[in-house]
Structure formats: structure tokens, C-alpha cells
Design a protein. Structure first.
Length: 625
């Protein structure tokens, strides 16, 4: 049972409610959910609803209809983020955990850790206490294995996770690792569940070999009831009658869990299939189905692995898999970030030197815009959102130092360039330090109950309207009103009376404002992507850049532009974008914006840059990233 409290409840009233519930034998939990203060009365099913509702300070009573309570979406509606070191599982970015089945030696663990890190893993796994089917099989290096894991973290910066098989290991686990795993065979070892609940470290809770989803969530409830809500549910295949694969991967568990619980979902296709060549297809499917994270067994010499060699990927295969995931993730609204750990480290450093204040990131509009989503996917959930009303104030915020970075849209694959930002990049002395591409899916959003036939007016941002042109053309009577950001449009219909207004915006915006989705995917073509640039006051990381942006103008003589392009051709430099913009105040003269696949700040590029300067009237490097 959830008791929703009045906003102005007094301390005494709250104390009285807590005592009353405790007297009735309830476990009492207080929390905040979706801006509401709530108290959970857990463990008793025969409570008198009318009586509870009559308690001073209680606004409403809502039942939790599932046997798992704290793990349910009814108790906590937003997604929970579970930290492993600096990595957050469950947010906008896919987390990949990789490593060998078992830690065999420092050399083996370090070799594999370096490989998987290079290919995009952000957490290292490796068993030190191995629950083996046979007592004669390798049982793990035990505490020495944990020490190796700590050394791997020290040398690579990868946080580490390992399996805990007994309550007696709690102290050494606390000492050496970032997260603990409760293995499939221990999913219903209730003493161990209570123990990891008390430890407070993030728990990767594997699904039991023959456990139902409900039993699995009840195990999560055990951990949560001890006060630890840092849990990642890991599906690793269940026993079925099918002997061809080691287990059967229950992919449908992903959407089922997403509905039932707020806890993040990880998929382990290695133990699920037991066969190397089946691992990558299942991993790709898992991401497409909405998994937050993957756990993959990788070994540099699987033929000699002490356990699970046949299901371990070679590092190269793992690298191919992460490249695939990088492409798939945006299709389902997520991102695989190959710079995750570097960004996390610089965020942590920033917070240390700035008294734990998170980095401020400026973007257009308000929470729930695509720019906000792009910012979250680039900087992670710990960023401090600084929404701005227009693009110029975004540039001003970065210039003045009010924001450390900004995320601005540059072009969309359906509606083209956002010209204003190209002009502002020229005007301001800021640098492009990164980029991120988002798939844009538009929703027609209305107040609850609004039907398509009720609509008379549609509000959205200009580019969104353009991207939905074909859909809007089906309703020529609709009046179209543009505002500066999609989320502002959703806010506007939220506060407007009547149900003849609709907005075009993101699913996130519909959720934030509690609006209904009337139509889904109304963009003219599903291949609808927006590329955002990340800008800062100074140059980005010193790491070799893959891409650079330049802006230049050339004289008004025949072949002047060609002369510059020839330089790229002769030096085998791939030009990925060329855009011209009128020069303000000089009619019929143009600036050329070029994106190159090269690091123009590198020493090798310096003669090319000089050559380019000699063939242009004006040249500015906008950034290398
Ligand atoms: C493991 O991850 O090494 C492991 C033993 O997994 P499971 O508990 O899923 O069998
Ligand atoms: Mn294994």
C-alpha cells in the first residue's frame, strides 16, 4: 500500500502515520516519487483503506498490486540508475561489462581487461569464487583473484564486478570490488540476498536457472528490503527442453521487466547460449529489445581458459560486437559511448575541484527536448541541466563560463541544417569538442483523452513541423503554431484549456508533462537523425581527433573553391560535409563550412592547413573532436 502524503504535512502527522503503521505490523518505507512524498506500508495485506485515508496528512492511498513492492514501478515510477564505480547502469547510455569467466592470473586478467576496454567495455568482470557444477573443476583464485581485480581497476580505470558465493566473503568484497554479482545458483539464497542488501554495493542479480520473473523480482525485493536499491537484473538464460544451446535466453523478459520494475536490465548472452558464435546475435537482439547493459565473457586464449572457454568471445569478435551495438543503440533511443570512462573521469575531476558541483550543460528549450536527451547521452545523468530560451543565450552561457559546455543541433537528415547555429559558430570564439547523433522519433501528443478528430491546432518547433510534413498534410484544416522547442509545445498544451490542441514532441516530453500519445512515429521518414555539436570555451581533449570542422571564404575568381577542395583530394582527406552560408552584409558572398575526417590540429596536418590558408581569404578552425 502506498500512502501519498499532503504537501504541507507536519512532522507530527508523519510521525503518527509511521507509528500507526508499525503498530499494525507493517514495514514502513518513506520515499519521493514523481514529486510526491509517499510512505509505503509493506508486508500486510489486510489494511483498512478507509481508515488509512482518514489519517491526518494522508492525501490518497494507492495499492501496490504485485507481490514485489519496492521493486515495482508502482512504488518508483522512474528508472533506477545503479552505479558501478563511475559508471551508471540504467540511463541513456548502454553499459558493457566484459571479461573472462574466471580470473586466472594477473597477466590473463590485465591482457583481457586492456582488450575489452579498447573495444568499449566500461566495467570488467571476472570470477574469483566460482560456483562450479563439479567439485573437481577450477574453483577460482578466491581472495587472490579479488586482489587481481583491484589491480586491474588500478591499472586500467575499469570498475570491477565479481560473484559473491557466501556471506563470509562480504568483507573482502567490500574491500576489493565495485559491485557484487549474485549468481544464478544463488538467486534464492536468502541469507546471501540479505547480506548483499546490507552491504549496500550495487548487486548484479542473476536470474535463477528455473526461476520465474516474479520469483526473481521477489529476490530483488529481499535486497531492497535491507535498504539497498542498487540492483541490476541480469537475464542469463533459463532451463528449457531445448538442449542445443546451454540455456534458453528469455529475451521477452526485457520488455516484461521494463513494465514491472524500475530496476535496470542486463543481458548475459554468454551463459545463455554457451556457444561463442551465438553470443553476438543475442547481444544485438537484447539491445534492440531495450536492455540497459550487456555482460559478455571474453578471453584472449579461450582454448586454454580454465572455465567457459567455448562461450568466450575472442577480443576481436567482441570489438565487432560493440561496433554493431554502437550502430543499433540510437535506433532504440540510446547510445554506446566509446569515451564513457574518459568523460566520467573528467566529470569526477571537475566535481573535486569545484566542490562537488556537477558540470552545467546548456541546451535549447527545457527538460524533455531532443537537445536535453542529446546532452544526457553525451554527458550522462549526473550533469546539471541549464536550459536556455534561444541559441544565442546558449553561446553566451558558454562564453561567460556560466555553462561548461553546450549541446546544439547542427543538422537534421530530413529538414537540413540549423543555419542559425552555423552563423553563431562563426561569430563566437567557441570550440566544437564533440558530436552526437540522435534518432528523432516524433509523437503527436495531447491532453489525456484527446482524440485525433478533436484537434484543431498543433504546436511545435519549426524543424519538428518540417520533419512531420507528410503527416500534417493529411490534416489541412489544422492550424500550425511554432514555438522555440518541442518540449515547450508540450508544456503549452498541458496548460491550455480544452482538448483541441496537440503538440509534436518526444516521448520523454509527453511523460514529463503526463500527456497522452495520440500518434507515434509521425516523422516523414523513420531514418530521421539530428547531429548535435558539443561546444566549449576551449579545445577538447588532447586525444587524437577523428573529425574536424572548418569555416572559410575564398576570393571571387573562377576555381577558387575548387582550389581548396583539390587540397583535400590530393591529401586523401575525406570531406564529409560542405555547406555554404551567406556572409552577413556582403550580398552574394559565402562562407564554406567543411567537416573533414582528419585531425587538423595534428602536426601531420599542419602543412595542409598552411596550404589551405594560402588559398583562402579567411579560415577558422571550429574544432577537432
Ligand atoms: C558467471 O557470470 O560467471 C556465472 C557463473 O554466471 P551464472 O550465475 O549466470 O551461471
Ligand atoms: Mn562463466
Amino acid at each position: 500500500m502506498i500512502l501519498v502524503l499532503n504537501k504541507d504535512i507536519t512532522k507530527d502527522q508523519k510521525g503518527h502515520i509511521r507509528n500507526t503503521l508499525q503498530d499494525k505490523g507493517c514495514f514502513v518505507r518513506e520515499a519521493e516519487d514523481a514529486g510526491r512524498n509517499i510512505i509505503g506500508a509493506l508486508g500486510k495485506s489486510n489494511l483498512d483503506v478507509a481508515f488509512l485515508k482518514s489519517l491526518p496528512g494522508v492525501e490518497a492511498i494507492t495499492p501496490i498490486t504485485t507481490p514485489f513492492k519496492l521493486a515495482s514501478r508502482q512504488w518508483h515510477s522512474a528508472d533506477t540508475l545503479a552505479p558501478i564505480g563511475n559508471v551508471l547502469v540504467g540511463g541513456e547510455r548502454i553499459v558493457i561489462v566484459a571479461g573472462p569467466c574466471a580470473v586466472e592470473s594477473l597477466d590473463q586478467a590485465l591482457t583481457i581487461a586492456r582488450e575489452v576496454k579498447r573495444y568499449g567495455a566500461v566495467v570488467f568482470r571476472g570470477g574469483a569464487f566460482k560456483p562450479r557444477t563439479s567439485p573437481y573443476s577450477f574453483q577460482g583464485l578466491e581472495e587472490d583473484g579479488l586482489k587481481i581485480l583491484a589491480e586491474v581497476r588500478e591499472q586500467t580505470g575499469l570498475p570491477v564486478v565479481t560473484e559473491i558465493t557466501s556471506v563470509a566473503q562480504a568483507d573482502v568484497m567490500m574491500k576489493y570490488v565495485d559491485a557484487v554479482q549474485v549468481g544464478a545458483r544463488n538467486m534464492q539464497n536468502f541469507e546471501l540476498l540479505k547480506c548483499v542488501g546490507r552491504m549496500g554495493k550495487t548487486v548484479v542479480l542473476k536470474r535463477g536457472l528455473a526461476a520465474t520473473i516474479e520469483e526473481w523480482l521477489m529476490s530483488a525485493e529481499y535486497i531492497m528490503s535491507e535498504g539497498n536499491d542498487r540492483i541490476i537484473l541480469c537475464e542469463r538464460g533459463i532451463r528449457t527442453f531445448e538442449p542445443y544451446t546451454r540455456n534458453t535466453l528469455d529475451l521477452s523478459a526485457i520488455p516484461v521487466l521494463k513494465k514491472l520494475t524500475h530496476l535496470p536490465v542486463m543481458i548475459d548472452p554468454s551463459h545463455a547460449t554457451g556457444i561463442r558464435e551465438k553470443v553476438s546475435p543475442m547481444a544485438r537482439a537484447a539491445i534492440a529489445a531495450g536492455a540497459d547493459a550487456l555482460m559478455i565473457e571474453v578471453h584472449h586464449d579461450p582454448d586454454h581458459a580454465l572455465s567457459d572457454g567455448p562461450q568466450s568471445l575472442y577480443p576481436k569478435q567482441f570489438g565487432q560486437l560493440t561496433r554493431d551495438i554502437y550502430v543499433i543503440a540510437p535506433v532504440v533511443g540510446k547510445q554506446l559511448d566509446f569515451d564513457y570512462l574518459d568523460k566520467a573521469a573528467s566529470t569526477a575531476k571537475w566535481q573535486d575541484t569545484n566542490g562537488h558541483s556537477p558540470q552545467r550543460i546548456a541546451f535549447l528549450g527545457e527538460l524533455g527536448t531532443f537537445s536535453h536527451k542529446a546532452s544526457l547521452q553525451y554527458f550522462g545523468e549526473l550533469m546539471d541541466a541549464a536550459p536556455k530560451l534561444n541559441f544565442r543565450s546558449i553561446f553566451e552561457a558558454v562564453k561567460s563560463g556560466e555553462a561548461a559546455y553546450a549541446v546544439i543541433p547542427l543538422e537534421n537528415s530530413l529538414s537540413g541544417s540549423i543555419h542559425e547555429n552555423y552563423d553563431l559558430l562563426l561569430e563566437y570564439d567557441l570550440e566544437i569538442v564533440g558530436e552526437i547523433t540522435l534518432r528523432i522519433v516524433h509523437y503527436l501528443i495531447g491532453c489525456p483523452g484527446t482524440r485525433l478528430e478533436d484537434i484543431q491546432r498543433v504546436i511545435s518547433a519549426g524543424p519538428a513541423v518540417q520533419q512531420c510534413r507528410q503527416f500534417l498534410d493529411r490534416f489541412p484544416d489544422w492550424k500550425i503554431v511554432t514555438v522555440n522547442a518541442t518540449a515547450s509545445a508540450v508544456r503549452e498544451i498541458n496548460s491550455s484549456e480544452g482538448s483541441s490542441d496537440a503538440a509534436i514532441g518526444s516521448k520523454e516530453a509527453a511523460d514529463i508533462f503526463g500527456m497522452d500519445v495520440i500518434e507515434e512515429g509521425i516523422e516523414t521518414n523513420p531514418m530521421n537523425f539530428t547531429r548535435f555539436a558539443v561546444i566549449a570555451a576551449g579545445p577538447g581533449s588532447r586525444k587524437a581527433a577523428r573529425k574536424s570542422s572548418l569555416v572559410y571564404s575564398v576570393g571571387n575568381q573562377p576555381g577558387a573553391l575548387y582550389e581548396t577542395l583539390k587540397i583535400f583530394q590530393e591529401n586523401h582527406i575525406n570531406l564529409v560535409k560542405l555547406e555554404s552560408r551567406p556572409i552577413h552584409g556582403r550580398p552574394w558572398q559565402y562562407m564554406f563550412y567543411a567537416d573533414l575526417e582528419a585531425d587538423v590540429r595534428s602536426t601531420e596536418f599542419s602543412p595542409i592547413l598552411n596550404d589551405l590558408k594560402s588559398k583562402t581569404d579567411f579560415l577558422k578552425v571550429l574544432g577537432s573532436y
